[in-house]
Write a protein that binds this ligand. Structure first.
Ligand code: NAP
Length: 268
């Protein structure tokens, strides 16, 4: 396995203020990376930066930015460019979901999922990967979801956004084969983070009560990091989720839709 750590190589992690992103940042710090931490809430990132400095001597740049807006994405790129940071690892993790019937959920947050889960991820990849290609070295970890493997009635936009992330990442993985830049899609199933609270604002899906199990954010981060180092195109942590991903292509669409609808519906 290649040792991907060098002095003053930066890992940029979006959505580093909580959950999977926070765990990925901590892991990358442990591996010797300096960090660029990005999210809207700066306080938890400052606290994480202080903790990682004490534990590993990690240098962190904290960037408060709303990646749901093009200006937010631009401000992150500006920070990287002005400070001349060499980004060796890009982790596109920031994202959110929203459960409920498409026609009843408000329009703005549904479009917001497209802005964050798709647009910001694509824009940051386009901005930061060419320098990796020029250096013939780099890693991109895009956080998709087990939701990427089938359409998701009652979370329609979220599932579709994650299908985009998986498709985009796999395509880029192949495009960049031999370039020295590795691209991996991380596809977790339901994971214990702040995700559920935000996604269940209008309706709480049955899935969030954990009938298919819950993953731990640290384990998800470790699986993602391992796959990244190994240069794998896709990783699905957790046995049940892997089963789902294996069977999805051979399951009739109507069956997939009914099953997914069942788990996305509220219990009451
Ligand atoms: N938890 C799950 O069950 C699960 C399953 C599969 C995939 N995922 C994916 O995993 C990724 C991480 O989610 P998580 O589970 O760790 O949830 P989380 O604890 O809610 O973390 C989401 C992160 O994204 C950031 N974020 C949200 N909106 C943002 C915005 N407009 N601009 C910048 N940052 C923003 C949040 O920070 P601020 O609020 O401070 O901005 C937070 O750091 C997401 O892409 C999610 O879709 C989660």
């Amino acid at each position: 396995m290649e040792n991907i750590v060098q002095a003053r190589k930066y890992a940029l992690v979006t959505g580093a203020s909580s959950g999977i992103g926070r765990e990925l940042a901590a892991l990358l710090a442990r591996e010797g990376y300096a960090l660029v931490l990005v999210a809207r809430r700066t306080e938890p990132m400052q606290a994480l930066a202080a903790q990682l400095e004490q534990a590993h001597g990690t240098t962190s740049v904290v960037v408060g930015a709303d990646l749901g807006s093009p200006e937010g994405v631009r401000s992150v790129v500006r920070e990287v460019t002005e400070r001349q940071l060499e980004i060796d690892v890009l982790v596109n993790n920031a994202g959110f979901g929203l459960a409920g019937p498409f026609t009843e959920l408000p329009n703005e947050p549904q479009l917001g999922m497209i802005d964050l889960n798709i647009r910001a991820l694509t824009a940051l990849t386009r901005e930061l990967v060419p320098a990796m290609v020029a250096r013939r070295r780099g890693y991109v970890l895009n956080v998709a979801s087990s939701a990427a493997f089938q359409p998701g009635p009652l979370m329609a936009v979220y599932y579709a956004s994650k299908a985009y992330v998986l498709s985009f990442s796999a395509a880029l993985h192949e495009e960049l084969r031999g370039s020295g830049v590795k691209v991996t899609a991380l596809c977790p199933g339901f994971t214990e983070t702040e995700f559920a609270a935000r996604a269940a604002e209008h309706q709480k899906p049955r899935l969030f009560s954990g009938p298919l199990g819950k993953l731990d954010a640290r384990q998800v981060a470790e699986a993602g990091y391992r796959a990244l180092k190994q240069g794998r195109a896709v990783v699905v942590p957790g046995f049940t989720n892997r089963l789902g991903a294996w069977f999805a292509p051979v399951t009739p669409l109507a069956v997939k839709l009914r099953i997914t609808r069942y788990f996305n519906a509220s219990e009451s």
